[in-house]
Design a protein. Structure first.
Ligand code: SF4
Ligand code: SF4
Length: 150
């Protein structure tokens, strides 16, 4: 899969590689252009029905929307910029920032490389992922059947 422009842009910002954990802990948020304040991430349910899949595909048509899966949990990312972020990329409401912002910390964040297991950028990538998942499930079922019969 070629790297889509949105991901290329992020890889350029993060340098692509995931630096050593100790170095990450020391760096913290210092020098980061507040990447996490530019994306809104919201948990979503895994699409179950064909209607759900069509809805999600429709959302993925927009270049500000992506979906990622991490530890089997699905999330939607909406690109944007928080209204409380200053021109210097600082939080203007730091002392009363929302709980979600308080819980988001390095090194488990956007700055330090891939934080997802699967990233889905387009409706076509969603179809491809779901097809792959279907094939995987069918192989697993077949193996279980064979194990029961032997
Ligand atoms: S949590 Fe991560 S992405 Fe957000 S400002 Fe800190 S280092 Fe940057
Ligand atoms: S409230 Fe502050 S920490 Fe939270 S996203 Fe906005 S600028 Fe970032």
């Amino acid at each position: 899969m070629t790297m889509p422009p949105k991901r290329k842009e992020r890889a350029a910002k993060t340098g692509g590689a995931r630096p050593a954990v100790e170095a990450l802990k020391k760096a913290g948020c210092r020098g980061c252009p507040a990447l996490c304040c530019h994306d809104m991430v919201e948990p979503i349910s895994r699409p179950q029905t064909s209607h759900d899949v069509e809805e999600l595909k429709w959302q993925l048509q927009y270049d500000t929307i992506r979906v990622f899966i991490r530890s089997h949990r699905w999330h939607v990312i909406v690109q944007g910029r928080c209204m409380y972020l200053t021109d210097d990329n600082l939080c203007s409401i730091y002392d009363r920032r929302p709980e979600r912002c308080r819980q988001h910390n390095p090194p488990d964040c956007e700055r330090y490389g891939e934080f997802w297991d699967v990233m889905i950028n387009t409706p076509e990538e969603l179809d491809a992922y779901l097809q792959k998942e279907k094939r995987r499930r069918s192989r697993r079922r077949k193996k279980r059947r064979q194990a029961r019969q032997s």
